[in-house]
Design a protein around this ligand. Sequence first.
Ligand code: NDP
Length: 326
Amino acid sequence: MATILYDADADLELIRQKRVAIIGYGSQGHAHALNLRDSGCDVLIGLPERSKSRERARQDGWSPLLPHEAAAQAEVIMLLVPDQLQGQVYRQSIQPELAPGKLLLIAHGFSLQYGQIVPDETIDVAMVAPNGPGAQLRHMYSQGSGIPALWTVYQDVTGRARDLTLSYARALGCTRAGVIQTTLAEETETDLFAEQVVLCGGLTSLIRTAFETLVEAGYQPEVAYTCCLQEVKLIADLLYKGGIHFMHNSISDTAEFGDYLTGPRIIDEHTRGNMRQALKDIQNGSFAREWIMENQAGQPMLKAWRRQDAAHPIETVGEHMRKLLP
Ligand code: NDP
């Protein structure tokens, strides 16, 4: 049974007594920094001299430092740069500024799990991984609630890492919703699996293939776009609200019957085998190796896929339809 902790399990004063450096000011960085500031924490922002995010940070009232300056002045360092850059940023800007007892935080386990960061033995290391994008994290906090998070302590030298990590999660607003204790491997592997198989890779491939099938059969692309892509939100909202059975109760009997009859023919045993293989590739590190090598080569495949993605007919139709049916 998962252990879920709430506000009452976390002491906000602990993080308020520390200076916190947020390295990176993107999706997660801006939300962490603003939520912590509104929770009464002393926050510094670390960004490179020529970072595009500096302007946004200034507009939000910060005076960004360089990453190594922020790391030097803080006792808690939250690393919120893209996963593929974390090893380099850790070695160049954080490691030289570490002193025994500092707490290094991450928001996703990739860099630690796959050895991109090998943390010094003298520091505490932990993870607070919010279950959603930064905009949502900030929005929910501003509304007086929060989004859930996964957390774990990876290395506890001081004996205080657990309490300080939970205190950080409280300042972020996540203990308002509930924080689930996990391990680094569990967070990293399930997160990568879900985004590849369901949330991103699975869903977009399903939508595009269905759109292409309808258009190839002679149906209007506008109609194919609406029913295969736009309506996903309506179903996702029902799933979010009450789960699969609740969604089934909310749709027509015809849609529900078609779901049971056709769903397993689309996602069949062959697909299950592919899912198992995708999971193995994540667990044995081959996905991580491929992604690290892709970055070392300057992201050639990612750039080519982005071009293909943007050129797909569903994008043109979508742009047109979003204007007509706002
Ligand atoms: P973003 O790409 O949105 O932001 C990255 C930030 O890091 C930008 O401000 C970028 O600046 C800055 N940056 C780039 N290089 C450096 C550097 N060398 N030193 C300091 N700052 C740098 O990333 P995310 O916020 O999406 O991801 C951050 C972490 O949060 C990752 O570990 C991710 O897995 C995790 N996470 C993300 C979630 C999400 O939904 N986005 C959800 C949960 C966890 P610039 O503008 O110049 O590029």
